[in-house]
Design a binder for this molecule. Structure first.
Ligand SMILES: O=C(O)CCC(=O)C(=O)O
Ligand SMILES: [Fe+2]
Length: 224
């Protein structure tokens, strides 16, 4: 949905909630700054290589656990081998507050202990195909934050990557949470809307998306 009605809180599907303008301008600025630091290292932001030879158009850097197709490890097995930066406690707090606000339930964040974030940077051409977030061994909600250029976020169904879906415009500062019956819904980003970013965030072009997640994984002796 586009136009002014798109800027009001909305349940897109059961358990999937869009809260426009959830992050303050100050929070957006400090997230942009933090992401710029994480993009440099210890694991540099990179285009993820896919097993069949493709390369993702988005660039990704991870916190807590490193995602590569299709698993999580503590070290960047496909990006230099360094250990990923720690997942900060303040980001876990932000995730809990996101659930409280999205589900309008003061208890919704209780017991939510995210341990990873995927930080995606989209240039004006980048897209993300329809997929499920299913490399986690947990059905806890995914908390998604957007900064910079707006995009079309396509939120589909749990059965397959095709219609029905709902196209939602995600703008800078927006929160999108998908949990419960929507946790394993297919979703993707068919388009970034160039020139829509407010340079005051510190990101004058392109789009930053941060997804806060629970991997459900533990460190095992000898794990990568
Ligand atoms: O960029 C977005 O809004 C979604 C990102 C996403 O689906 C993912 O990182 O798995
Ligand atoms: Fe995803």
């Amino acid at each position: 949905m586009f136009g002014p009605a798109a800027r009001t809180p909305r349940e897109i599907a059961p358990g999937a909630v869009h809260l426009p303008g959830w992050l303050t301008p100050e929070q957006q600025r400090s997230l942009v700054e933090a992401c710029r630091r994480w993009a440099v290292g210890p694991v540099p932001i990179r285009h993820t290589r896919l097993p069949r030879g493709g390369v993702m158009s988005v660039r990704t850097v991870c916190l807590g656990w490193h995602w590569s197709p299709y698993r999580y490890t503590r070290t960047a097995v496909d990006a230099g081998g360094g250990r990923v930066a720690e997942f900060p406690g303040w980001m876990a707090d932000l995730g809990r507050r996101a659930l409280v606000d999205a589900y309008r339930d003061p208890a919704a964040g209780d017991g939510y202990t995210p341990d990873t974030a995927l930080i995606n940077f989209y240039d004006e051409q980048a897209t993300l195909g329809m997929h499920q977030d299913r490399d986690e061994r947990s059905d806890a909600p995914v908390v998604s934050l957007s900064i910079g250029d707006s995009c079309v976020f396509r939120f589909g169904n749990t059965e397959h990557r095709n219609r029905p879906w709902t196209d939602v415009e995600l703008a800078s500062g927006d929160l999108f949470v998908f949990g419960g019956p929507s946790r394993f819904a297919y979703h993707g980003v068919p388009r970034v809307l160039p020139g829509t970013a407010d340079p005051a965030t510190g990101l004058s072009r392109g789009r930053l998306n941060i997804t806060i997640r629970v991997t459900g994984l533990d460190d095992a002796p000898g794990a990568e």
